[in-house]
Design a protein around this ligand. Structure first.
Ligand code: SD4
Length: 299
């Protein structure tokens, strides 16, 4: 029976390995993906997600996360949450609610507290030092404050044909307090429909949002495109549109998987991702733009 998981960025490898054991054993896509994302959130070496995430301009770690259940189309999302250990778990809990499924800032924190989620100071000494260094660089070298980000996003399908997607991120380094990217926004940072497939995006949220890119990829898979064709078409056509209309396009990468466990990626920058399915062991790939296509190979 088919199972599969695809995740953005090499940092997801340990989590994907763990999830693939769970999926092989027949555990659910939701549990497997949540565990995989938590492993990325908990690792302070991954400085763009969860503990040790990249701080905002005020040196606070504000986190965004989302969870979508492709069977019921339920979504749970939070943004700008501070000092909770696993934002993905809070987002997953919210997807069980009928109302108030998308919470921001203090409201999200109050919900997490009420539901008993673990609090944790998410700012590490290392992320504070990175912030201080960037402040100095911005003054001395006129460097852009906004280089540095990487969202973990996953699409996961289990043996019972349940399909979920999830995202977790600290967003852009040095973002303005209260800034939200695409990652918690349904249709932009993620989308899932168990009858079709799922997609998740990473890159410059400000540009990804302009094209509702994850929904677009799922829509094209519904029309019958292979995931690879769908992802590269959406990324390259939209990047071109942004270049034409605005003079430039930010970094955009999308990973997707259909209900049969076939997968694809589209990217306009160098992008690593991780895949495991019942037919292939967990592997890291590196992808790059190749004209109006995306080329990738095992890393
Ligand atoms: C955001 N898309 O907040 C996220 C950041 C990211 O790779 O994914 N960077 O805009």
């Amino acid at each position: 029976m088919t199972w599969g998981i695809i995740a953005t960025w090499e940092m997801a490898l340990e989590g994907v390995k763990h999830a693939s054991y769970m999926l092989e054993k027949g555990l659910s896509a939701a549990d497997s993906m949540e565990e995989a994302i938590k492993m990325v959130e908990d690792n302070p070496l991954y400085t763009s997600v969860g503990y040790g995430g990249l701080p905002n301009e005020k040196c606070e770690v504000e986190l965004d996360a989302a969870f979508m259940d492709g069977n019921t189309l339920s979504v749970g999302a939070i943004c700008g949450i501070k000092d909770f250990k696993n934002p993905i778990s809070v987002a997953r809990k919210l997807n069980e609610e009928r109302f108030n499924i998308f919470l921001v800032g203090i409201g999200a924190e109050e919900y997490a507290q009420e539901k008993g989620f673990e609090r944790k100071n998410m700012l590490t000494e290392e992320s504070k030092k990175a912030w201080e260094k960037r402040v100095a660089e911005m003054k001395d070298k006129n460097l852009s404050p906004y280089d540095g980000h990487d969202t973990v996003g996953m699409v996961c399908i289990d043996k019972n044909e349940n399909l979920v997607t999830g995202t977790s991120t600290s967003g852009l380094f040095m973002k303005r307090k209260g800034r939200v990217g695409d990652s918690p926004i349904p249709g932009s940072g993620f989308y899932a429909d168990s009858e079709i497939g799922g997609a998740t995006a990473t890159g410059l949220g400000e540009d990804i949002m302009k094209g509702c890119m994850s929904y677009e990829v799922v829509r094209l898979m519904k029309e019958g495109l292979h995931p690879q064709k769908a992802a590269e078409k959406v990324v390259h056509e939209f990047s071109e549109k942004l270049e034409k209309r605005r003079g430039k396009a930010g970094a955009i990468s999308i990973a997707c998987m259909n209900k049969n466990g076939e997968w694809g990626v589209g990217t306009n920058v160098e992008f690593t991702f991780v895949v495991a399915t019942d037919k292939e062991r967990p592997k890291v790939y590196i992808a790059n733009r190749d004209g109006n296509k995306t080329a990738f190979q095992e890393a």
